[in-house]
Design a protein around this ligand. Structure first.
Ligand SMILES: Nc1ncnc2c1ncn2[C@@H]1O[C@H](COP(=O)(O)OP(=O)(O)O)[C@@H](O)[C@H]1O
Ligand SMILES: [Mg+2]
Length: 339
């Protein structure tokens, strides 16, 4: 479906200048596809995109053609919808590559909400986030991302929220109450009330001894998050999810048995990552990319050498560890085959 939508939107773009009749036909097809996505989730009871109205210039901030989010009956999409409806905000916890960003985009698409995305781990200044003067005089004020979200609404997605700098956290706190507001001290102390459709989702890695380098989230923010959803890899260690195998096979264009092998390797690497023995755990997207290389004729080992091995680390020793894991799973596969 993703592919189909992409094709349709590229057809769409080329026809904009030439043929208005064809354009309207392809637009209705897109609507139909978005509609089928909304049929997959029982989301409307929490948030309805037809209740949302945003100015034209914000439309391109609303995600489109987001692939479905697969889970094992946890109903994450609906639970995020419920949290946003009841509390306006929620927190997603899980190691990287477990689909947190993906699901935020999906929820935004289903709800018809624009996304304002900030990675708190990057060196983003208070000025970028809240605003600044770019010249003399009041008219030369430019809103930062958080200020823009507060005024205009949408989903503010704060990734790696536990890495947020203290000066940003302090300014954000008054906004975290449901009917919060912000005071722009830099701009005549203007008071901006939180837009009625201004939702916030924060995400982070779990804080545990397993994850070196993570720190707990700021206490004020923790108190104001009523709902916390835990995410994990679909397959991990010896626990292999058939749906992940199917997805890697379909998206990567390889056989189910090769996909099973790649997922089993990925699951082992993730376990090592969670135990702190490897610096990276592969996402399903990484496994699909590996599969794509194999679909072009490379063996699983060759594909791994070009994708996951160097992706995990630059360190030769770590790379060899990954190669060993790949080798072990491939050996098991050959043994099973010869039985
Ligand atoms: N449950 C899932 N269903 C569909 N795609 C998933 C799922 N989990 C992860 N992915 C895919 O894995 C990749 C990494 O996901 P991402 O959202 O960036 O993870 P995170 O934000 O947790 O680090 C993306 O390509 C995403 O589409
Ligand atoms: Mg992410």
């Amino acid at each position: 479906m993703e592919q189909k939508n992409k094709i349709i939107s590229s057809i769409n773009r080329t026809r904009i200048t030439s043929d208005k009749v064809n354009l309207s036909v392809s637009v209705s097809k897109i609507k139909k596809d978005t509609h089928s996505l909304s049929k997959m989730y029982d989301f409307k009871k929490y948030m309805d995109s037809s209740d949302m109205a945003f100015p034209e210039e914000m439309h391109e901030m609303i995600p489109k053609d987001t692939p479905p989010y697969l889970d094992n009956g946890e109903h994450y999409v609906e639970r995020i919808g419920r949290a946003l409806k009841f509390f306006k905000q929620c927190a997603l916890i899980g190691p990287s590559g477990t689909g947190k960003t993906h699901i935020v985009y999906l929820v935004a698409e289903l709800a018809g909400l624009p996304i304002w995305e900030i990675n708190c781990g990057l060196a983003t200044s208070v000025f970028d986030l809240f605003g600044r003067y770019v010249g003399l005089g009041k008219e030369n004020w430019i809103d930062g991302l958080i200020t823009g979200w507060c005024r205009k609404g949408g989903i503010l997605y704060l990734d790696e929220a536990n890495m947020m700098k203290q000066d940003v956290a302090t300014k954000l706190n008054p906004l975290l109450d449901q009917r919060g507001h912000m005071v722009l001290t830099e701009k005549d102390s203007e008071i901006i009330h939180r837009h009625k459709h201004a939702y916030m989702i924060i995400s982070m890695n779990p804080v545990s001894s397993e994850f070196a380098g993570t720190k707990p989230i700021n206490a004020a923010m923790r108190r104001r998050m009523s709902v916390w959803l835990n995410f994990d890899y679909m397959s991990i260690g010896e626990n292999i999810d058939e749906k992940e195998i199917k997805m890697v096979s379909e998206r990567g264009g390889i056989s189910l048995s090769d996909a099973e092998c790649i997922v089993k390797i990925g699951a082992r690497l993730r376990k090592e990552y969670k135990m702190g023995d490897l610096p990276y755990g592969p996402s399903i997207g990484d496994l699909v990319n590996w599969a794509k290389i194999c679909s072009d004729g490379a063996s699983i080992a060759e594909g791994g050498d070009e994708t996951l091995v160097p992706m995990t680390s630059d360190d030769q020793e770590v790379q060899n560890e990954v190669r060993q894991i790949i080798k072990k799973v491939l050996q098991i596969k050959t043994i099973i085959k010869t039985l």
